[in-house]
Write a protein that binds this ligand. Structure first.
Ligand SMILES: [Fe+2]
Ligand SMILES: [Fe+2]
Length: 201
């Protein structure tokens, strides 16, 4: 593999790995702050970033060795509204600068696997930025986000809200490959359903 594309894959792996962890932590903060749907959005997108990191790492499977890896990464753990500002900044950087440049370089160097890996990530980051913007508007108004089921393709990380399409529009795999992050019903709701079930037996 050409050095520059390999270095870009390592950097993207670092960035996605950190985003995966950062969203877990910001999700826990959102849960504590009383925003369960924003917490669920963070958990879902954390999984999408894991898919991207895994794809980049797999592309590097023949490029073993130890490297210092520099990645642009957001830091800070504050109120959910502040965490969302950082999430939007991170996604926007990846979408507007990092992935388009990495994709162009990988294409120029005819690194087909890396082109796929960068293209998959770029396609998902656009949805992530838009969803985090909606979440920030809700948090700023002191409300939780209205959010349906969030669906993540476990091959390319494609992210959407609502029903799963028959095939992933980005990588083409069947709907079975999607992981769903659905709304958790409240504990009281679950107790009512379980009582009704027992009565019907
Ligand atoms: Fe993302
Ligand atoms: Fe996909």
């Amino acid at each position: 593999m050409h050095d520059m594309t390999a270095a870009n894959l390592r950097s993207a792996f670092g960035g996605e790995s950190q985003a995966h962890m950062r969203y877990k932590l910001w999700g826990e903060a959102a849960e504590k702050e009383g925003f369960p749907n924003i917490a669920r959005l963070f958990r879902a997108i954390s999984f999408a970033e894991q898919v991207h990191a895994s794809n980049h790492f797999t592309e590097l499977s023949k490029e073993g060795g130890a490297y210092l890896v520099a990645s642009m990464a957001e830091f800070g753990l504050g109120a959910t509204s502040e965490n969302l500002v950082r999430a939007i900044e991170g996604e926007t950087y990846e979408m507007d600068e990092m992935y388009p440049a990495y994709l162009e370089t990988a294409g120029f160097q005819a690194q087909k696997g890396a082109v796929h890996s960068f293209y998959y990530a770029l396609s998902a980051e656009k949805a992530h930025a838009a969803m985090f913007k909606r979440a920030k508007e809700a948090a700023d108004a002191g409300k939780d986000l209205e959010l349906g089921a969030v669906q993540i393709c476990d091959v390319c990380g494609f992210t959407l809200e609502g029903d799963i399409p028959d095939k992933c529009p980005i990588c083409g795999v069947n709907k079975e490959r999607f992981k769903t992050f659905a709304e958790q019903k409240s504990r009281i709701y679950r107790q009512i359903i379980s009582c009704q079930g027992r009565r019907n037996v």
